[in-house]
Design a protein around this ligand. Structure first.
Ligand code: SF4
Length: 472
């Protein structure tokens, strides 16, 4: 029987079926950060337990680290307390920690892949919703809560409900000016923020096959925003080439065997899916969210919804979102004045994201009323960008070039919106209050669109910024 990648990985990692109907899955890689781990380690300490597999457990710091002044102790006592907790827990339990002094620190979902820890065929868990990112490598990666972090630390296993698989095929090719971020926002808009509940999303088709690993990570990262616990791309030559030579990837003498096994984990031709959905790549335009969840979005040249056009069940939430965002039904998102531009996060804080944004900036200046931040996803990304001179391009344009961290994606650190500010953001969530102020407003878009908005001082179509006319 042909099988999907999900079925193969599930079977290879299932310890047993539980009376609840769940499966007890062995977890190949556990990634830990400072926010969701302190109580989990404390629970182990109270019971006198050890970390079951320290060699499969890796920690970094990202959510609370300041991205400007990083000297210790941090100004925020709570952030300093969390840093001290993860440092002492990592020491006590023998878990490697990529901290600020290490040179490999960064957002957990950027660090795992770039170090080669994330590999095809794995089960991966991390106490963060956007763990689905790692599915880009053909892994099954679960975002978990603190009590499950404790379970995985103690047993290296998780109890998980069975998942159906929806194949999402993105055909053809993307037009210039449309990026991986636009693809996933278009998917979420089509299927809804709850459309993926109970599913793993398998992304495929020519558009996905042509994507780099960084682009695939952007797509898989936001699977959770569409309600899917897991999103993945079948591993292929692009995956293997990305991993070759990375510090934790298999060494040369084991490489061929690893690739052979990785290849065998891809979904078989003829595998059966619980649902199949198709999108046409050339119909995907630059997308911007206008509301308070990532499904409330429009293409840059479209009008916002009118209440009269909405299904009855949606009307209240559309009305609430328009009121909160202070936007008019039927108006256009283009021309919305922004106060802040944020490029970063585990969705779009990688080298290719910074390159694309810098390409748009080239020689231009950020509008005088806009506060603009660029926050590399990791220290390695920062170094690589600096080696190419991208930091200079951003600084010359008027962006602040920051240290690695989650920054304004979640604002559990000093990078926050103020009052009613509107932020053009390359992050993944536009919930009320997400960026650090209860009345702050977030417009999600690709890094190139953020760069274009920063220059114009308002939401604009990035395609106007390229020399050749594109995307019409
Ligand atoms: S960048 Fe945002 S979504 Fe990603 S791990 Fe940090 S807070 Fe979570």
């Amino acid at each position: 029987m042909p099988k999907t990648l999900l079925q193969k990985i599930w079977q290879a990692h299932e310890v047993r079926k539980l009376p609840t109907g769940q499966s007890q899955l062995f977890i190949g890689l556990h990634l830990v950060h400072e926010v969701t781990s302190p109580q989990a380690f404390e629970a182990l300490r109270e019971r006198g337990w050890k970390v079951r597999y320290p060699s499969r457990t890796f920690a970094t710091v990202d959510h609370i680290v300041p991205t400007d002044r990083q000297s210790r102790p941090f100004a925020d006592p709570l952030a300093e307390q969390m840093m001290q907790a993860i440092e002492s827990n990592a020491r006590e339990f023998g878990v490697p920690l990529f901290d600020l002094a290490d040179g490999r620190q960064g957002v957990v979902h950027v660090v795992g892949p770039e170090l080669g820890l994330t590999q095809p065929g794995m089960t991966i868990a991390c106490g963060d919703s956007h763990t689905s990112t790692h599915g880009a490598f053909g892994a099954i990666a679960f975002g978990i809560g603190t009590s499950q972090v404790r379970d995985v630390l103690a047993t290296q296993c998780l109890a998980i409900d069975p998942l159906k698989v929806r194949r999402i095929e993105v055909r053809g090719r993307l037009r210039p000016g449309s990026f991986a971020k636009d693809v996933i926002l278009a998917i979420i808009r089509r299927l809804g923020v709850k459309g993926g509940v109970g599913y793993a999303y398998e992304y495929g088709g020519d558009v996905i096959s042509a994507m780099t690993m960084e682009e695939r990570m952007t797509v898989c990262n936001m699977s959770i925003e569409g309600g899917a616990r897991v999103g993945y791309v079948n591993p292929d030559e692009t995956t293997f080439e990305y991993l070759r030579g990375r510090p934790y990837a298999p060494p040369a003498e084991r490489w061929d065997r690893a690739v052979e096994w990785w290849r065998s984990m891809a979904s078989d031709p003829g595998a059966t899916y619980d649902d199949e959905v198709t999108l046409e790549g050339d119909e995907i335009k630059p997308v911007v969210t206008w509301g308070i969840h990532p499904g409330q979005s429009v293409a840059i040249d479209e009008e916002l919804p009118r209440l009269s056009d909405c299904a009855a069940a949606e009307r209240a939430s559309v009305e609430e979102a328009l009121r909160f965002m202070d936007l008019e039904a039927g108006s256009r998102i283009a021309g919305t004045r922004i106060d802040v531009a944020f490029i970063g996060s585990c969705t779009n804080g990688r080298l290719s994201d910074l390159r694309e944004a810098a390409r748009v900036l080239g020689g231009r200046r950020v509008a005088s009323h806009v506060r603009a931040l660029v926050v590399p996803g990791s220290q390695q990304v920062a170094r690589a960008a600096e080696a190419e001179g991208l930091d200079e391009i951003f600084r010359a344009a008027g962006f602040e070039w920051r240290g690695a961290g989650c920054s304004m994606c979640l604002a559990m650190n000093p990078d926050k919106l103020r009052d009613r500010e509107i932020c053009a953001s390359s992050s993944n969530r536009n919930f009320k209050g997400r960026q650090g102020h209860p009345t702050g407003r977030t417009l999600l878009m690709s890094p190139a669109m953020v760069a274009a908005a920063a220059i114009a001082g308002e939401v604009v179509d990035v395609r106007e910024f390229y020399e050749e006319p594109v995307g019409v």
